[in-house]
Design a protein around this ligand. Structure first.
Ligand SMILES: [Zn+2]
Length: 344
């Protein structure tokens, strides 16, 4: 059951809780400025800028916000990025909006079912070629079920495999794939060439923080992939859920700082004598809604996993790391990290 819980939470947390300053202990620190404004109409392909349109799938929810964003690159002969979930009429409506045009490419940010569930239907209707990054053979999320009982991951047998820096060209558009693991191991962002625009998938979202839930998620990879984006010259990100992100490098930097401060909070909790995740969660997240306790525990576990990898924390018991172990700080470096936490 624990595995199922992870799958259901591995996208993002509802707002006004973990993502926002008011419910955090250290609410005097600047949290990333999340926003929930998004102008759109379901079922309508909306022009965002030359050669880029967005279609919002009708799958709103606590983890998907208004629904999955499907993007269309180019005009005439087009690429569809993330066709969305399997259920509903999304593909039929999208193709109706694309009447007179031809879908030649299907690009995938990552294989979570709210992004890839509709791939099979779109292929059958268009015969387009698929592009993305396959999952590893031993991927632990394979065949795991989400809260609704459906598969959390819907893998795609890609016609074309994209590695980091791989390019895809179509009629009047070109993108560069950027491997951005952390939220999901196969996650790609797409840089639109000549537009200073990044399709950021679930790696960077403006409406809420991304949950990094082991074993699907990996905090060290996530932070590393965020840091790589800071060098980019994009002026806007378009995410997999929610509206556009302006000043994206500044936003990404705030996300990284936010995660570092959280490590400081955990180190401070350990230094004060707490040892388990169950003890740390209420200390770190004040006034947490009970239904978010599981997500908070996973977020703390992901941070502890990274702190163990860095040699800042160790487990009291031998054996593989689990969220039910006891954790302790190791040495001076761990103590120093605790200084990052704000005093109560
Ligand atoms: Zn996702």
């Amino acid at each position: 059951m624990f595995l199922l819980t992870i799958r259901g939470l591995a996208r993002s947390l509802p707002p006004n809780n973990l993502a926002h300053g008011q419910s955090l202990k250290n609410n005097n620190r600047e949290a990333p400025s999340f926003h929930r404004q998004m102008e759109f109409e379901y079922g309508v392909l909306q022009r965002l800028q030359p050669g880029l349109r967005r279609f919002v799938c009708h799958n709103p929810g606590p983890f998907t916000f208004k629904g999955t964003n499907t993007y269309v690159l180019g005009e005439g002969e087009v690429a569809v990025v993330d066709p969305g979930p399997a259920r509903g009429e999304n593909v039929a409506r999208l193709l109706s909006e694309l009447r007179g045009e031809k879908v030649t490419h299907i690009l995938i940010t990552h294989a979570h079912s709210d992004h890839t569930g509709a791939v099979a239907e779109l292929i059958s209707r268009t015969n387009a070629q698929t592009y993305g990054r396959p999952r590893a053979e031993d991927d632990p999320a394979r065949n795991a079920k989400g809260p609704s009982g459906s598969n959390f991951v819907t893998e795609v047998a890609f016609d074309n495999i994209l590695s980091d820096g791989g390019r895809v060209r179509g009629d009047g558009w070109e993108v560069e794939a950027v491997h951005t693991p952390g939220h999901a191991p196969d996650h790609l962002c797409f840089r639109i060439q000549g537009q200073k625009t990044l399709l950021s998938g679930d790696h960077v979202m403006g409406w809420n923080t991304t949950v990094i839930a082991p074993p699907e998620g990996h905090m060290g990879s996530y932070i590393g992939a965020l840091e790589r984006l800071m060098d980019g010259d994009e002026t806007v990100y378009y995410p997999g859920h929610g509206g556009a992100i302006s000043e994206p490098q500044r936003f990404v930097k705030a996300l990284v700082l936010h995660r570092r401060w959280r490590q400081g909070d955990i180190a401070e909790g350990l230094r004060s004598g707490l040892t388990t995740i169950d003890q740390l969660v209420p200390k770190i997240y004040a006034n947490l809604q009970p239904d978010l306790a599981g997500a908070a525990a996973l977020a703390v576990f992901a941070q502890l996993e990274l702190m163990i990898e860095k040699g800042l924390v160790t487990t009291k018991q031998p054996g593989p790391i689990s969220r039910h172990q006891e954790f302790v700080l190791t040495g001076l470096e761990g103590e120093r990290l605790a200084e990052l936490a704000c005093p109560d």
